[in-house]
Write a protein that binds this ligand. Structure first.
Ligand SMILES: Cc1ncc(C[n+]2csc(CCOP(=O)(O)OP(=O)(O)O)c2C)c(N)n1
Ligand code: SF4
Ligand SMILES: [Mg+2]
Length: 497
């Protein structure tokens, strides 16, 4: 896909991101106080093995601490009981009243939190920190959770998370301000076992794999210097479906399973934009499976990224089409009764001409794959293994890292590091095409370790090539530039007489 070079050199910020090289999904300033099993502690003092409160109201072990220099604006979020300084992309747990959606509670980016929102914080088990925080204020009151009651001062509003009766109750703190501040200094983040979230004295913060994929896309777009107004990102419905909202480019949040037909329409109407379609594994391999197959055989020039987290994340963690038979995640009452599909083998069979797999928590490697997928002329599928810390307790960061293995070796390996050559060098040689497809399928069945990288690539004629041959005028003028309202249809009417 070729596009005109932008007038200025684009950076990640042009795609709405303040990310840094040693990527982690959002960071906070060193003096941020974290709710730990021993009370409030500065994040910069915490070490692997310390135990912190998470959004589920439970305590979890820290598995990794991250810190690095950050020279870019941060957000200072002030709520009724304190403040937190954090990077703009850091997810914050918020209760919001929306005139269209009504009242909801979910993770939102720090830079989108606004006055009128309330940040939701689960009370800690011993609630000592609540006493500490509210001790500065006057009136006495009692906070009740499933751990019992505790007397603290001045009442935060404590309500159940939703009407579906989740056990955790949340204190809700009114957002008083959300300012952008200049920042130059160290920032910190934590990787927390199972929950992938932690609680500061002022907010609950999260690390979801979707943000790694978002980062990979933003890095790829900046790397390719694609002008934001020459990029259109389409999504289906699911947690992954929100991705276009976070990218400073054209975006279209479509329907569950329907992202490919909509992206196809855009691709055919406007050859001047780079088209990226994305969605969940349920979206693409379940309800959208027919479109998935036909987009492959059509070989239109666009890239399709699938956030493969093995669950229907948005609808609370049911098994998705990629969960294998016999597996059971924490939100499932029983093991999966049917087997999972193999998306790479399906893509080979369907006719995708670029097929790759990435890992959400390695966004730099993923960005390299996305660049190749966008540059490839034809239908590109990138299946991205994505952690869902909320519902998928099987395929976690620790699992991919191989933390439970005796040699602690990663369960992923990079195809390119083994000398694997996915590229068909002579497209007129059918035997080479079949051999390369067969090699990709063989690799796709490897389970431990799982290959990531490019599995298959062949530059074959695209649908657009065939279309332009049939209707040469389209090559000179894309559909979008044709005045459809002032057309002479006399000839057509004559032909129909
Ligand atoms: C036609 C239709 N059917 C069902 C739904 C309900 N629904 C919304 S999201 C979703 C599943 C999302 O799972 P996935 O596509 O894997 O995305 P994730 O949330 O995991 O990113 C379902 C079944 C819907 N919105 N529309
Ligand atoms: S449910 Fe899973 S995929 Fe969805 S936002 Fe939460 S952690 Fe991410
Ligand atoms: Mg999913």
């Amino acid at each position: 896909m070729s596009v005109e070079a932008p007038a200025k050199k684009l950076t990640l910020k042009d795609y709405k991101s303040d990310l840094h090289n040693d990527w982690c999904p959002g960071c906070v300033s060193p003096d941020t106080k974290i709710v730990t099993a021993k009370g409030l502690q500065r994040i910069s003092q915490l070490v692997v093995g310390d135990v912190v409160l998470a959004h589920d109201g439970e305590y979890h072990r820290i598995t990794e601490v991250m810190s690095h220099q950050h020279d870019a604006p941060m957000h200072r979020l002030t709520v009724s009981v304190g403040e937190v300084v954090l990077t703009p992309d850091h997810p914050v747990y918020v209760r919001r009243d929306d005139h269209e959606r009504g009242r909801f509670q979910e993770w939102v980016r720090a830079d989108s939190v606004k006055i009128g929102d309330e940040v939701a914080v689960p009370p800690s088990r011993d609630q000592a920190w609540l006493v500490d925080v509210f001790g500065r204020l006057d009136a006495a009151f009692t906070v009740t959770s499933n751990e019992g009651s505790v007397a603290v001062k001045t009442p935060p509003k404590v309500r159940p998370i939703d009407d579906e009766g989740a056990a955790v109750e949340y204190a809700l703190y009114a957002v008083l301000a959300n300012e952008v501040i200049e920042y130059s200094g160290m920032v910190h983040n934590l990787e927390v076992e199972e929950a992938h979230s932690y609680v500061t004295e002022a907010a609950t913060l999260h690390n979801c794999g979707d943000f790694g994929i978002l980062t990979g896309i933003q890095m790829a777009l900046a790397q390719m210097q694609l002008d934001p107004d020459k990029v259109a990102v389409f999504s289906g419905i699911g947690c992954s479906g929100k991705t276009p909202h976070y990218i400073h480019a054209y975006g279209f949040h479509t329907l569950h399973g329907r992202v490919l037909p909509v992206a196809t329409g855009a691709r055919l109407a406007n050859s001047g934009v780079t088209v990226i379609a994305l969605g969940g594994d349920g979206d693409g391999y379940g309800i959208g499976a027919g479109y998935f197959v036909n987009s492959g055989r059509r070989n239109l020039d666009m890239a399709y990224l699938v956030h493969n987290n093995n669950v229907y994340g948005l609808t609370k963690g049911q098994a998705s089409p990629t969960l294998s038979k016999g597996k059971k995640t924490k939100s499932m009452p029983e093991q999966a009764i049917q087997d999972g599909i193999n998306p790479i083998a399906m893509a080979v069979a369907a006719g995708y001409t670029f097929i790759a797999r990435g890992y959400a928590l390695d966004p730099k490697h993923l960005a390299g794959i996305i660049v190749r997928a966008i540059e490839h002329k034809g239908a590109a599928l990138v299946d991205v293994l994505q952690t869902c810390p909320t519902y998928n307790d099987l395929y976690t960061k620790e699992w991919y890292d191989g933390a439970d293995l005796p040699d602690k070796k990663s369960r992923l390996y990079k195809l390119e590091e083994t000398g694997f050559d996915p590229v068909v060098h002579d497209i007129s040689d059918e035997q080479e095409i079949v051999a390369k497809k067969a090699a990709a399928v063989v690799r796709s069945y490897e389970k431990e370790p799982i290959p990531i990288g490019v599995y298959y690539q062949a530059e074959l004629p695209t649908y657009e090539d065939a279309l332009m041959q049939r209707i040469p005028s389209l090559a000179e003028k894309p559909l979008i530039d044709i005045d459809v309202f002032n057309r002479d249809v006399t000839k057509l009417l004559e032909a129909m007489r």
